[in-house]
Design a protein around this ligand. Sequence first.
Ligand SMILES: [Mn+2]
Length: 462
Amino acid sequence: MPIWVNKPLYLNFFSMEAKIVYKSFASNPDYFVLSGKGVFRVVQEDTQSDYEIGEFVELEGKEKGGAIYAESIEMAAEENEKTLDKKATAWKASLVEVSEPGNFVDSPTLKAMAPVFKEASMFLQEKIIEMTPFWVRFDEDADGITSALYLKGFVEHFVRTKKIPYPESLFQAFQAEAPIFEEKHFKNLHENVDNYAKKPLIVLLDHGGNEESISALSDAKKEGYELFLVDHHPPNMEAISKFDFTVQPFLHGGDSTLPTGLLTYELASTIMPAEKKYAKFAMQGDKSPYAKETNYKEPVVIDYISTEKPSLKQYESMLHDQEKIDFLYAKSMAARRKAAEEAKKRAVTDEINGLKLTWLDLSFHTAKYPPKGGVTQGLHEALGEGEANVTIGFDKERLIFRVTGKAEALGFKANELIDSLKKVMPIASGGGHPRAASVRLKPKTLEKAREEIEGYVKRLRW
Ligand SMILES: [Mn+2]
């Protein structure tokens, strides 16, 4: 009796050599294979095997619903490793495609970085072809969030156009609470590694290239993870050295004025017509001088809903719903106004040495939005740029400094003050710029910090 009588007829018969790049956890697993014909999911119904990731097989089967149903699957004929690696490299190369980045704004740094975006794009494409899971961690502001949206768009577009059976669950994105990658964050990720047949690529967006992240980055390296960074904060070179790939304007003669959302737009545009508006939101959110418009509601709304830690899908659907944007914008502005009124009532100003030192006890402010930095900023702006104002928002865990140009001219530099605090008392972390900076305090050190700050201001006289 002919076998086909009992089986449905299939159109496509496959016979090929392939490399196993991923597999499911079943005892008779599904495979994900890379071959000269593309990347396929191989279902085992009529075969029994359990090969390892990285092994080469000879495979026969039929296509059904986008997968190959194996009819036979055997170890590939003995060949030396070099020959096999060469084959796999050629198969991969046949899927990789890259064009010139978008070059969104007129910046020599951005131009100089064109080859970096192309290489970064190829790096990520190869990871996707190899079915590498992605763990993406992004900063919690409009810049970090739009960066993650670009990266998600990149992966989605690539797997769709190259017909790669990359399961959605392999792409995991996490919103950070602070622009630091700490040991506990890595531990949380690493604890879940057994859910994957292969170590994920750790992607850090808009944070993680700083001194405070070195120890977690070292932990990740020790455990054999690959690391990928897109960031525009002043880099710490030791931290940067831990990454397998880095997109960083500071390494190409640039600075922080090119936000991460813009950098990831450039990256995405090497393979797709990426949405430009997210880069605009990032530039507005990060106050980039390249921002042409600064009145988009979206960056405000992104910040507003970010306190609830929505998924990337929820951010995306919000950003495509104008009614929702308008509604949330009105709510966020009302929350800002309320916080600003309260702050004004509670602010206490001392005049020392021609400086107006305004203290704002932030412990009244328990709402998540606006953040305490935003409340301090709001008060500072209301006090006026024209005077020598220093605004210090504080509670028992933090100090937030905002300094006008006039106050800086009188010698008040928040970053210098923080350096001098570090010398005389224990503080958890802190830093920033002369006119905007913050400190994370150790328990029970607020009073001492206030005394030191007053001392610093008094000493400015001499
Ligand atoms: Mn940023």
